[in-house]
Design a protein around this ligand. Structure first.
Ligand SMILES: O=C(O)c1ccccc1NCC(=O)[C@H](O)[C@H](O)COP(=O)(O)O
Length: 209
């Protein structure tokens, strides 16, 4: 069954909807320029809404070990999704003993990685549009056909511009074992929509083997 990450969780309604709809991961964005940014304290308060529920993923852009450590003093995270900082990933893994997900912008077959290392999982999404204020969460797809000749070197996830209307096609076309969404489940930028969250997860489940 295709796994689903709902990213950019920033309010109780979105949190509760993602948990109740069976999301496999919840993403908290710790990147202040993002419209989904949450402070570590807010993430902790949201996460405490259920003792169990899906693993929590922290999103970081070019982070230092110290910056991640500061967030972890406030909120438990089960995985770290990181943009940039490729040279620091091994140190980050060693420092916290948490799975590290490496986010990579894709526009051509030459962008596709041949190894998961030094991370544990790959998140493949479109490169940020010119002038974007953030490397992810841009509601931008890439040409999924670039994946046709690629053999995944390890666990990976498809992201970028997915919606409840397109996610099933994306899964069938790419064979993605997991998908990730932020914009496509929002009624306006940064505002999660519970009905869209439910629809996205249902559509992903309907497509996955
Ligand atoms: O969501 C953000 O605002 C964001 C900001 C900075 C770095 C990463 C960000 N999101 C990371 C994600 O995992 C998103 O779900 C992924 O980029 C897909 O976003 P979208 O195209 O909006 O579905």
């Amino acid at each position: 069954m295709t796994q689903v990450k709902i990213c950019g969780i920033n309010d109780p309604a979105g949190f509760d909807a993602a948990v109740e709809a069976g999301a496999d991961w919840l993403g908290f964005v710790f990147f202040p320029p993002s419209p989904r940014y949450v402070t570590p304290e807010t993430a902790a308060a949201l996460s405490a809404r259920t003792a169990g529920g899906p693993p929590r993923v922290g999103l970081f852009v070019e982070p230092t070990v110290e910056a991640i450590g500061n967030v972890l003093t406030h909120v438990r995270l089960d995985a770290l999704q990181i943009y940039g900082a490729i040279d620091a990933l091994a140190a980050i893994r060693a420092a916290f003993g948490l799975p590290v997900w490496r986010a990579i912008g894709i526009s051509a077959p030459s962008d596709l990685p041949s190894t998961v290392q030094p991370a544990n999982r790959l998140v493949l999404e479109a490169k940020a549009p010119a002038g974007a204020s953030r490397p992810g969460g841009n509601a931008t797809t890439f040409d999924w056909s670039v994946l046709s000749g690629w053999t995944a070197p390890g666990p990976w996830m498809l992201a970028g511009g997915l919606t409840p209307e397109t996610v099933a096609t994306a899964i069938r076309q790419t064979g993605a074992p997991a998908v990730d969404v932020s914009s496509g489940v929002e009624r306006s930028k940064g505002v999660k929509d519970p009905a869209l969250i439910r629809a996205f997860i249902a559509a992903a489940r309907s497509a996955g083997g």
